[in-house]
Design a protein around this ligand. Structure first.
Ligand code: UDP
Length: 438
């Protein structure tokens, strides 16, 4: 029995369309590296009018939503007929997809027969609400990955984009989604290490995601304006602040951040900590973990635990990052870690777990700090608070690294290269790394 009432009513509607707004490529010309904008225009020409749909689980919270709000309007501005649709699910489905997500990141918990059946049933129901009339269907992450099974005769090229850390998956969970992944025309991973060691995979492309430097989350915000915004949440803007922005998720280790903060406080009693985390609707564990985090903070008045329910939106996240003495992302698994990119782009001293995509962003000792434990995290923060000038030098180098590698125009270009290749168009001179499946 399906518990979600919406299914019982059998809505005649299609999968919900997300309004991603408008953006203009021309606005990015001064930020992108030389030649990139020309390359984008050249690559977009043969794709004008092509119908593209992105499918994902949620339009709010987490990296996929963050990326799509910029990528899709820019695809549209480049001339593609691009849209974004959200799959439907009930609590039982989101519980299963969270188990899958955790399993793919290495959690030993496997899937029961009932969970497998729930996943399959929702793939079928979503497929019924999806009109397969596109040139490209781009599927993000595991939640909608199985929809492809219902379109054996599709004329579209189907591309699967994995956003999580697949370096040490729970094999049983991975084997469950593998037959679907094999049906795609291409798969994309953040890092070479994430490409699964499995037979029969489609060509696997490797490229990292990116942040939008012009979005409210990342646009230039003066120190005064940032302090003004942060002050409204009760933070004492005259005292140092450490911030981690992330979903309330064990992989993000907010409890470890609190441990690190407590060690820093022994040397800098004035220090404050902000844990800012939105609640994504496809993340049923979020509330439990939020409550655990609040309990762990033990009523410390210098720990601020905030979420979108406190009206912390993009500009507020921007302000917290800009105002912080150090930005922390103490993940123990991390697909890429856009919050790290965001911190570096704002020239913030950034301290992050030595895991997953974070190591592609931070060169330890050069552009930031990579840490393996709460005590190393605390040591890095203490170093930053003791010598802000030296910390700033690292942060400046980190910003330039982000400018070269992790801004949206590069991401758009990579997508355009792939789409041209899938259509058999000549892309010589514009390559993206591709690895054959093992
Ligand atoms: N984010 C946000 N508010 C929050 C928590 C996260 O806006 O309260 C954003 C964050 O700024 C980043 C994205 O969500 O842009 C998280 O992406 P990341 O790759 O760091 O992690 P994911 O959630 O995808 O695992």
């Amino acid at each position: 029995m399906l518990r979600d009432r919406r299914w019982n009513e059998r809505a005649p509607t299609m999968l919900q369309l997300v309004n991603a707004g408008h953006k203009s490529l021309a606005d990015y010309a001064t930020i992108a590296t030389r030649g990139l904008m020309d390359e984008i225009r050249r690559l977009a020409e043969p794709l004008v009018g092509k119908r593209v749909v992105h499918l994902s689980a949620t339009a709010f919270g987490g990296g996929v939503a963050e990326i799509n709000y910029t990528l899709i309007p820019l695809m549209q501005d480049a001339g593609l007929d691009a849209e974004w649709r959200i799959i439907k699910g009930g609590e039982e489905f989101w519980n299963v997809t969270k188990t899958i997500h955790n399993g793919l990141q290495g959690n030993p918990q496997g899937l029961t027969a009932e969970q497998r059946q729930i996943y399959g049933r929702y793939q079928e129901l979503n497929a019924q609400e999806f009109e397969d009339d596109y040139d490209f269907v781009i599927v993000h992450d595991p939640q909608p990955a199985g929809m492809i099974d219902h379109f054996p005769n599709s004329r579209a090229s189907w591309v699967w984009r994995g956003h999580i850390d697949f370096s040490t998956p729970n094999q049983e969970v991975f084997d469950f989604i593998l037959p679907s992944i094999r049906r795609y025309d291409a798969a994309i991973f953040h890092m070479r290490e994430y490409v699964p060691k499995a037979e029969g995979l489609p060509p696997c492309y490797i490229w990292p995601p990116a942040i939008d430097p012009l979005a409210p989350k990342n646009m230039a915000l003066s120190a005064e304006d940032a302090a003004y915004i942060v002050d409204q949440f009760g933070i004492d803007v005259e005292r140092p602040l450490l911030t981690q922005v992330s979903r309330f998720d064990p992989w993000k280790d907010p409890l470890g951040v609190i441990d690190a903060y407590r060690l820093v406080k022994e040397e800098f009693p004035d220090v404050q900590l902000a844990l800012v985390g939105s609640m994504a609707h496809d993340d049923p564990e979020g509330w439990d973990y939020y409550n655990q985090t609040v309990a762990y903070a033990g009523g410390d008045p210098d720990i601020y635990i905030l979420s979108n329910l406190n009206n912390v939106g993009s500009v507020e996240v921007n302000a917290f990052q800009v105002h912080s003495a150090a930005v922390i992302q103490k993940s123990i698994k991390e697909g890429f870690g856009l919050t790290v990119t965001e911190g570096l782009w704002k020239t913030r001293p950034t301290v992050a777990g030595r895991v997953g995509g974070i190591v592609a962003q931070i060169q330890d000792g050069e552009t930031g700090w990579l840490v393996d434990s709460a005590s190393e995290c605390a040591d890095a923060c203490i170093q930053i608070l003791r010598d802000p000038q030296e910390a700033r030098q690292r942060a400046l180098r980190g910003k330039e690294f982000v400018r070269r590698h992790f801004l949206t125009p590069r991401l758009l270009r990579d997508w355009l290269v792939l789409m041209n290749q899938l259509l058999g168009n000549d892309t010589s001179g514009a390559e993206v790394p591709v690895v054959a499946a093992v």
